[in-house]
Design a protein around this ligand. Structure first.
Ligand code: FRU
Length: 464
């Protein structure tokens, strides 16, 4: 595959995409394709958000690391591409990975993908999956790529699907976790340990009590006090009633015990129930906030996006802060999101409204009543008999129906952008993220008791 250089990419990006579905306060690829967020960190006074990027093909292809930086999550700088698939270790794509800061240096780990020409058995023989480390003093320029692990270094019972390294600082040492698929088609993670971020030793395998899917992508370990949590994206899990309705899952396990020794995983808990949420990455910022950013999309799905005709596809979901309460992870857009708000408006929602535009935040105190809410022309959120149903017709481009069982709906906050919706229920006990393609801005609600909603139009991000 041909690897573009900085000049060629900047030239492509200058062909600004004109599309009414471009989002106003979500990060998108300047042009082409975006998937997973990568290397999220706060370093030298800036947040760095890298992402899987294919500038020359909006259907995906060879992956680069695109790069936005920001200080306030309102103004973002489109930095030059950070990592290119330009070495023998990663010529099939600079796949997903993460960053860790130590002694004023950024350490980045990712999977170098190499596909062998003419051998299409990408599970067992036709590819390389190298774990690569690069360091940087500024997050912009990266030093030489160092291969930490290659095919023959991983345990023998695994396929060639081992990828997406993420690092956890664990006391005075570090753990690296990698997503993997065994030859028996069981999804799991590999755990490594290092004292210096450079020399890594394989120490444990993280598996669920019962097999759960054939591959776990994008694992992330995080600690809330004593509680360790493993986020991951299992593939190959069958739909069971109202559970696991997407093709691939996003969610987490609570880990009891010691990940480096004896431990047990809880049941898998789904994290975001919407059509478009995958491969989230977490990091801890300098204020000790646990921030998560997900890809507002999903691979290999049967539904489509009309943006393809305009030369771009996908976006990142809003950055959300995580908290851990009652054995559950709660998520809510980070505080900075409030800076997007225009004037506060209180509306007494009786029946139907036409809002000025589709960029808004709307707070609905539902107070545990049943309701039907219609957004735009054909998005219907319905809550009856403890079942929340989300339905779309034409505006879903194939996205149709999803469910969440919820005992009580106290409140919902909706973040609506030109072609996306993010719903946070009970202040982030449940979340629902989807793309939606419709220009109408109607709002209609059917409730027994009137409710007073709080509504803000939202400003756009500034991209420089
Ligand atoms: C998840 C994923 C990762 C991989 C990357 C490649 O969406 O498949 O496992 O590293 O995307 O773009």
């Amino acid at each position: 595959m041909v690897c573009l250089n900085n000049e060629q990419i900047k030239k492509l990006e200058k062909q600004a995409v004109q599309d009414e579905y471009r989002l106003h306060y979500h990060l998108m690829p300047p042009i082409g394709w975006l998937n997973d967020p990568n290397g999220l960190c706060q370093f030298n006074g800036k947040y760095h958000l890298y992402y899987q990027y294919t500038p020359d093909n909006c259907l995906g292809g060879s992956k680069y690391w695109g790069h936005y930086s920001t200080q306030d999550f309102i103004t973002f700088k489109n930095e030059s591409v950070a990592l290119y698939p330009n070495s023998s270790l990663d010529k099939g794509g600079v796949y997903s990975g993460s960053a860790m800061i130590k002694d004023n240096k950024m350490y980045v780990y990712y999977t170098g993908n190499v596909k062998h020409i003419g051998n299409y058995d990408y599970v067992n023989t036709g590819r390389e999956h190298n774990t690569i480390m690069v360091t940087s003093d500024d997050g912009i320029k990266f030093n030489d790529k160092i291969c930490l692990m290659k095919n023959t270094d991983y345990p023998d019972d695994l396929t060639l699907h081992v990828r997406d390294p993420q690092i956890l600082k664990n006391g005075n040492h570090y753990n690296m976790i990698l997503g993997a698929r065994t030859k028996e088609d069981v999804g799991c993670c590999l755990l490594y340990r290092s004292e210096d971020l450079k020399n890594w030793k394989y120490i444990n395998r993280i598996v669920s009590k019962q097999p759960f899917g054939y591959m776990w992508e994008c694992p992330n370990l995080v600690k809330f006090g004593q509680q360790t949590i493993l986020f991951c994206c299992p593939q190959g899990v069958e739909n069971q009633g109202y559970n696991y309705e997407n093709l691939y899952q996003n969610g987490y396990y609570l880990i009891n015990g010691d990940i480096e020794d004896k431990y047990e995983l809880s049941e898998f808990i789904e994290f975001d129930h919407g059509f478009d949420y995958y491969a989230p990455q977490l990091f801890v910022d300098e204020n000790k906030r646990v921030i998560i950013i997900g890809w507002m999309g999903l691979p290999d799905v049967p539904y489509s996006n009309p943006t393809i005709d305009k030369g771009w596809q996908h976006a990142l979901a809003l950055p959300r802060e995580l908290t851990f309460k009652n054995n559950k992870v709660y998520q809510y857009p980070i505080e900075e999101t409030k800076k997007l708000r225009r004037e506060k408006q209180v509306i007494n929602l009786q029946k139907s409204f036409v809002l000025k535009n589709n960029c808004f935040e709307l707070y609905l105190p539902i107070n545990n009543q049943e309701f039907t809410l219609r957004l735009r022309n054909d998005v219907v959120v319905d809550y009856h008999n403890q079942l929340l149903t989300f339905k779309m017709k034409e505006s879903g481009y194939g996205r149709d129906i999803r469910h969440i069982i919820i005992k009580e709906v106290q409140e919902i906050t909706i973040f609506s952008d030109s072609s996306s919706l993010e719903l946070f229920i009970n202040h982030g006990e449940y979340a629902f993220t989807t793309r939606v393609y419709d220009h109408s801005s109607n709002l209609e609600i059917d409730v027994k008791r009137d409710i007073q909603c709080i509504y803000y139009e939202l400003n756009s991000y500034k991209i420089i």
